[in-house]
Design a protein around this ligand. Structure first.
Ligand SMILES: O=C(O)CCC(=O)C(=O)O
Ligand SMILES: [Fe+2]
Length: 630
């Protein structure tokens, strides 16, 4: 079905296409159109010579052929940038993610990880390929932006390519696989600007079409697949389509691919240009900082993260409530802040404002106590003495500014540290002999994966599921896909899926990763060691990885401090404050221990960091969290 893919031939050959010429502008319009209709296209250009491409595959092969223990030396503090070995969760591929591989230092340091005495051919090939692909990214972004008539398109494209992740991937199905096609990388959208992909002529990349079918993409020899990512979709006000794609392989094929994911700097603000907002295209995405989007995605793993996080169109839930209220859209504080009065006049139809006072009384009142999802006016009628009494019992619970949460978090960090100290003490007795045998077993297990079908392991993963949108016929791999969405997606973007994931969500996570990388989790006593030596199928060699992931997840999943402004549309800080005051009362009434209350608040904040909620459901969320916490 490769014939359905839009294709552009930018090889200069005879006459050449001069930037700014009539022909070039026409081409820009077509590129833009392909991005809008399909979200991807194929491209041939002169920028990457064929012999460099051949050499790159040779070098990639050399790299992946290294012993597992050598490959595992590549550890990076940034999330999902280390060597991603095959494992029960991502059994069909392994990969490396390299930041800014076009820079001398980065390419050299990556090379020296595997060849301490140097490997000039590898280093040169990596650097040169990465820099040429970055050039292709710049060219494509320029064309897309010029296609929209953005006057300063060149500097815009430059900002979107100022950093990059270069991903090297090897896919292989185990010997003896059935004839069925196996999904080797789950479906996802890339979280960066664009992705530029090459493969070794072993087909595998598939795109989800607008009609919901998966089609095979044949990347032309010497050409690339270009895929629009979530950031470009948001930048373009939703006009460009971020294509959902995946990799599926037929049995016993070895597929290598490498991809360059040009990215903006983490602290860059992504903002729809004025040129892309008009009556037909009202503003659909608010401005946001790239790093915040990544943090949100990492915390929620929501494939539609970009819309949930930055989209300003109404969610289905809000549409229903708006319909009930008989007006189409309400200006929330956060929305007003984002849009400002000027943009309201420009792109978004003005929405009627109304006073909360006129709203029907909340039906969820309990014992005539204050209602959680009321507004600040209602709050004011609460007896001051009572309020004062409640607050003195459990101070600092109503942390509108997130201060008390930070305190809680610091306390738990402190506890974690104390705990870790204890563990380290115990672990100091672990001999290096134990450690190496643990590694050997890990290596052995990994090697087993290449000769053994790992499908049976899927069962172990099915419990960790997300909403499955894959067609039923792919359900065999769905169980993997769901559980893996974070890792894969992340790592993808690494291929990142982690395109996105390539980017570190915040310094705290970086620090933890750094510490973990340094300690290599050896602080864990391997209580299964004996058992493992007897039974190589025991998976306790994954304990350090699981521990490592748990530590990272702990930070990733912590609540956002700014979810009211960034995500919530229907509730305000004062509503949260009222909810928590009410929960304090419930805590006292039912003589719950203070920890239950603290955990309840934490659960509420984590939920609100990830999901939109209607104010009518806020109190329900509160009691549900309390039930879970107790
Ligand atoms: O290997 C491929 O062709 C696709 C890789 C991919 O989609 C990714 O890394 O995000
Ligand atoms: Fe991808």
């Amino acid at each position: 079905m490769a014939s359905e893919s839009p294709f552009f031939d930018l090889r200069r050959g005879g006459s050449g296409i001069e930037e700014g010429s009539e022909e070039w502008r026409e081409m820009c319009l077509k590129v833009r159109e392909a991005g809008e209709t399909h979200g991807y296209f194929l491209l041939m250009c002169d920028d990457v010579p064929n012999d460099l491409r051949e050499e790159m595959f040779k070098q990639i092969n050399t790299l992946f052929e290294l012993p597992l223990q050598t490959k595992m030396k590549y550890k990076k503090p940034k999330l999902f940038r280390s060597y991603n070995r095959r494992n029960p969760i991502t059994p069909f591929y392994e990969g490396f993610g390299i930041d800014d591989a076009h820079l001398d230092d980065e390419a050299e340091s990556f090379t020296k990880t595997f060849w301490p005495e140097g490997n000039p051919k590898f280093c040169e090939t990596l650097k040169s390929m990465s820099s040429k692909m970055l050039g292709v990214g710049y060219l494509v972004l320029k064309m897309i932006m010029a296609g929209y008539g953005i006057p300063n398109y060149a500097s815009g494209a430059e900002r979107m390519t100022c950093t990059s992740d270069f991903k090297l991937l090897k896919y292989i199905l185990p010997v003896g696989s059935s004839d069925e096609t196996e999904v080797t990388m789950i479906s996802h959208t890339d979280k960066g600007c664009i992705s530029i992909l090459y493969d070794n002529d072993v087909q595998g990349l598939q795109m989800l079409t607008n009609s919901g079918e998966w089609i095979d993409i044949k990347i032309p020899k010497g050409g690339f697949a270009i895929i629009i990512g979530d950031i470009l979709k948001a930048w373009s006000n939703g006009r460009l389509h971020a294509a959902t794609h995946r990799v599926a392989l037929n049995k016993e094929k070895l597929r290598y691919s490498f991809g360059l994911f040009p990215m903006v700097k983490e602290d860059m603000e992504i903002k729809v240009p004025n040129e892309l907002v008009d009556d037909q295209h009202p503003l659909r995405y608010r401005p946001f900082i790239y790093r915040d989007f990544l943090s949100h995605y990492i915390a929620t793993r929501n494939p539609e993260s970009i819309d949930v996080f930055a989209g300003i169109q109404m969610s289905k839930e809000n549409l229903i409530s708006a319909k009930d209220d008989e007006f189409p859209l309400r200006v929330t504080r956060a929305r007003a802040k984002i849009l400002g009065s000027k943009s309201l006049g420009e792109g978004i139809p003005p929405y009627p404002s109304r006073s909360f006072k006129n709203e029907p009384k909340n039906k969820l009142r309990v014992n005539s106590k204050r209602v959680a999802s009321d507004d600040i006016n209602t709050c004011n009628v609460a007896p001051a003495g009572l309020q004062h009494k409640r607050r003195t019992v459990l101070t600092d619970v109503t942390n509108i500014r997130g201060e008390s949460y930070d305190k809680c978090f610091n306390t738990s960090k402190l506890q974690a540290r104390v705990h870790k100290k204890n563990i380290t003490k115990v672990a100091s007795g672990v001999s290096t002999e134990n450690t190496s045998s643990k590694d050997d077993l890990g290596v052995k297990l990994d090697e087993e994966l290449s000769s053994k079908r790992v499908v049976e392991s899927h069962d172990n993963i099915t419990a960790v599921t997300f909403d499955d949108k894959e067609p039923a016929e792919h359900c065999m791999s769905n169980s993997i896909r769901e559980g893996v969405i974070a890792d894969n997606t992340l790592s993808m973007q690494g291929s990142v899926k982690s395109d996105e994931l390539m980017i570190s969500p915040n310094k705290e996570i970086d620090m933890i990763c750094e510490k973990l990388a340094a300690s290599d989790c050896l602080a864990i006593v391997d209580i299964d060691l004996e058992l493992k030596l007897k039974d190589p199928l025991v998976w306790s060699s994954y304990a350090p990885d699981i521990y490592k992931k748990t530590r990272v997840t702990e930070v990733e999943r912590k609540p956002l401090t700014n979810y009211m402004e960034k995500l919530q549309k229907d509730i305000s800080p004062s509503m949260r404050a009222i909810l928590i005051d009410w929960l304090v009362e419930v805590t006292e009434e039912y003589k719950l221990v203070p920890d239950t209350l603290y955990l309840t608040v934490n659960l509420i904040d984590r939920y609100l960091s990830a999901s939109l909620i209607q104010k009518q459901r806020l109190q329900l969320l509160g009691v549900t969290c309390m039930l879970i916490a107790s």
